[in-house]
Design a protein around this ligand. Structure first.
Ligand SMILES: *Cc1c(COP(=O)(O)O)cnc(C)c1O
Length: 428
């Protein structure tokens, strides 16, 4: 594969942008090699600056449920741009998209739009603290909720304690209210509640997609919901990734559990930058200007993003078989990968939720971040590199989730499976 252009572009970018990228995972550090500089994309395919073509299982890290340059979404975006890129004043588009989300997700009465998932979780936590008049929060190791200071925390010496900053530049004083529990382990959450005594909220990815794909177990999530109610803490479901990806709401129909607050992003912008958080009226009404909890954004509710999101959600509503279709393809892909691994004496742990898929080179099932960390990341790196050379673009880390888009068909899945089979035979 000729990567001359990408290599030159990367070197040039590194002169003016730290690491040459504007979000670290894009630099391919976890798998080695050169990140591809993308020239354009269409449907299921990415085309890089050297003219190489790839089947894209990253989908902009989740937003592109309908693939690249979906005609209807593209038209809506162009139409919106022609009317202006934004006004800093309300439009009916915001109400329209809010109503669509509210109609699909139980327990969300009101919603506010922001420009990223990071802002959504940060604002939801502020609101939960104001509502409960408590300061501590509980998060889970391996869950990612964006890069705001108080969430950049890793477990301290043991789990179920107050966490330590996981990045330089985050003062300890900003993480001293964040406790870290173990995913799928209700006892670790109980210990956090005991250690704190004043927990405002628990924030969780109900289908964790940022440590690889690790869905919560049903019993665990039910117990977590009950525990929050019992303790008077709010449950924040972070569905920035799983929302409208795992099912036509996200996780809530599958688990039968509602969040007090729910955060969204990715799919609801149809590929444009967006985030949102919503929940019960009595909580949301505390937000400024109705209430005293301050939250704002120059580009919040941007009309171009709203227009794209409206079409994306309308397409979801008008296609009742969409998620069955996506999940069938995702299962086909993971079954195929698993079989190919087995043929070569390699153990692969796989998971699927709707259009989300994940696989670990791991001897044992993965229920939490400690389990995920036992995966063979070097094997993953070799697999990733070899698949790339054969035209399959997978997420460039063992700890990320893959995505199926509605533009895909069985033939694309089967091409990826055939590549995986060839590759696994050579790298084992
Ligand atoms: C992507 C993601 C975020 C952060 O969203 P950004 O738009 O990147 O700020 C937050 N939570 C989850 C679960 C995510 O997957």
């Amino acid at each position: 594969m000729n990567l001359t252009c990408s290599l030159n572009d990367f070197n040039e970018a590194k002169q003016v942008i730290p690491g040459g990228v504007n979000s670290p995972v894009r630099a391919f550090r976890a798998v080695g090699g050169t990140p591809l500089f993308i020239h354009h994309a269409k449907g299921v395919h990415l085309y890089d600056e050297d003219g190489n073509r790839f089947i894209d299982f990253v989908q902009s890290w989740g937003p592109l449920l309908f693939g690249h340059c979906d005609t209807e979404i593209e038209e809506a975006i162009i139409e919106a741009v022609k009317r202006g890129c934004g006004y800093g004043a309300p439009t009916t588009l915001e109400t329209h998209l809010a109503k669509l989300i509210i109609s699909l997700v139980d327990g969300v009465d009101k919603i506010r739009f922001v420009s990223s998932g990071t802002e959504a979780t940060m604002s939801a936590i502020r609101l939960a603290r104001a509502y409960t008049q408590r300061e501590d929060i509980i998060k889970f190791e391996g869950c990612y909720h964006g890069h705001s200071d108080s969430l950049l925390v890793s477990a301290g010496s043991g789990l179920a304690t107050f966490g330590n900053p996981s990045s330089p530049g985050v003062p300890k004083s900003l993480t001293q209210h964040t406790l870290v529990a173990r995913y799928n382990d209700i006892d670790s959450v109980k210990k956090c509640f005991e250690a704190s005594g004043k927990v405002a909220c628990v924030i969780i990815e109900p289908i964790a997609g940022n440590m690889g794909l690790v869905p919560a177990q049903k019993d665990f999530l039910k117990a977590l919901k009950n525990l929050c109610e019992q303790e008077g803490a709010l449950l924040i479901l972070d569905e920035v990734m799983s929302g409208f990806r795992a099912a036509k709401d996200g996780s809530q129909s599958f688990y039968g559990i509602q969040g007090d607050l729910t955060t969204f992003g990715k799919v609801i912008g149809g590929g444009m930058p967006v985030g949102a958080f919503g929940g019960r009226k009595e909580i949301m009404n505390l937000l400024s200007p109705d209430g005293a909890v301050y939250q704002a954004g120059t580009l919040s509710g941007n009309p171009v993003a709203m227009a794209a999101g409206i079409v994306a959600l309308s397409k979801i509503i008008s296609n009742p078989n969409l998620y069955d279709y996506l999940e069938t393809l995702a299962n086909r892909l993971m079954d195929g990968f698993k079989m190919a691994a087995q043929e070569n004496g390699i153990l692969l742990q796989t998971a699927v939720r709707g259009s989300m898929f994940g696989f670990f080179f791991n001897q044992n099932p993965v229920y939490n971040f400690d389990d995920a960390k036992c995966s063979d990341t070097q094997m993953f790196a070799r697999f990733h590199q070899a698949c790339l050379e054969k035209g399959i673009y997978l997420a460039c880390s063992q700890f990320e989730t893959g995505f199926i888009s509605a533009a895909m068909q069985e033939e694309h899945i089967d091409m990826a499976i055939n590549v995986a089979r060839e590759v696994l035979a050579t790298i084992k």
